[in-house]
Design a protein around this ligand. Structure first.
Ligand code: NAD
Length: 237
């Protein structure tokens, strides 16, 4: 049996970081060598996993891959540490500035990495289906309807806009509509309408764990890959 993948979790006390910790702890492919969060931990070891504050990042044990769901101000630190160690990086941290996006591209010449604003494997596949439909149905109307819980402020959602960008790159001219209702985790409908017929491609998220699972899937997929910038879609079977 091959040895488990040594995983570092960065941004470990956030909603996403906690989900990654919970799911990765039950995944035999991984051993969690450490978790890093902003604040100094109250306990150094929890359930056998060592905790570190961000100022201690340089002293974490060796790792093969880091999963990062933190904040833009924390991103440079984890990217630099992965470069220093030659480790892979999976990051879902959003709101990166232009210099950080450039730094990601530059880093991909030296380490394998996946950065994505949405780690759902279903949404990754939806992109591929939208690309096909938009390219094969020229002249059809393309409409993207996204639905989220009432607390979500931005509209259209970032995922709707990236789906729209995919459709546009294949020749469609998407229009957007947004619904805010109840506790909907997230739904994206991409609809292509022709004369007398219509295709509806829809993804419904019912659980935020899908993002953590997608990131963990990407971390396993990156093992043994050459340096490069990969997309979540590349990790699909
Ligand atoms: P959160 O606010 O609950 O957690 C952020 C975490 O980052 C906190 O634990 C905080 O302590 C940690 N952090 C801040 N500064 C740090 C530092 N200097 N070093 C180490 N850790 C530090 O947010 P969240 O809901 O867990 O989301 C985290 C990020 O992931 C956000 O950017 C969010 O938009 C993004 N996100 C991405 C996806 C996706 O699929 N790509 C899905 C959900 C959320």
């Amino acid at each position: 049996m091959t040895s488990p993948i040594r995983l570092l979790i960065h941004g470990a006390n956030g909603r996403m970081g906690r989900a990654v910790r919970r799911i990765a702890a039950e995944d035999a492919r991984f051993t969690i060598v450490g978790v890093v969060s902003r604040s100094t931990p109250e306990a150094r070891v929890v359930d056998g996993i060592p905790f570190f504050s961000d100022s201690e990042l340089g002293g974490v044990p060796e790792f093969d891959v880091a999963i990062d769901f933190s904040l833009p101000e924390a991103f440079d630190g984890i990217l630099g540490e992965c470069l220093k160690r030659g480790a892979a990086l999976v990051s879902g941290t959003t709101g990166l500035g232009d210099p950080q996006r450039v730094a990601l591209e530059t880093a991909s010449a030296r380490i394998p990495l996946v950065w994505a604003s949405n780690f759902s494997l279903g949404v990754a596949l939806l992109h591929q289906l939208v690309e096909t439909a938009a390219a094969r149905l020229p002249g059809w109307d393309c409409d993207i309807v996204e639905s989220h819980h009432v607390h979500k402020k931005d509209a259209p959602s970032g995922t709707a806009l990236t789906l729209g960008a995919t459709a546009e790159a294949s020749g469609a001219r998407p229009h957007y509509a947004s619904l805010r209702a109840g506790d909907i985790v997230g739904e994206h409908l991409v609809q292509f309408t022709g004369q007398g017929e219509r295709i509806e491609l829809v993804h419904r998220a019912t659980d935020r764990d899908i993002f953590a699972r997608g990131a963990i899937h990407a971390a396993a997929w990156l093992q043994g890959r050459p340096a490069g910038r990969y997309q979540v879609g590349d990790t699909l079977g």
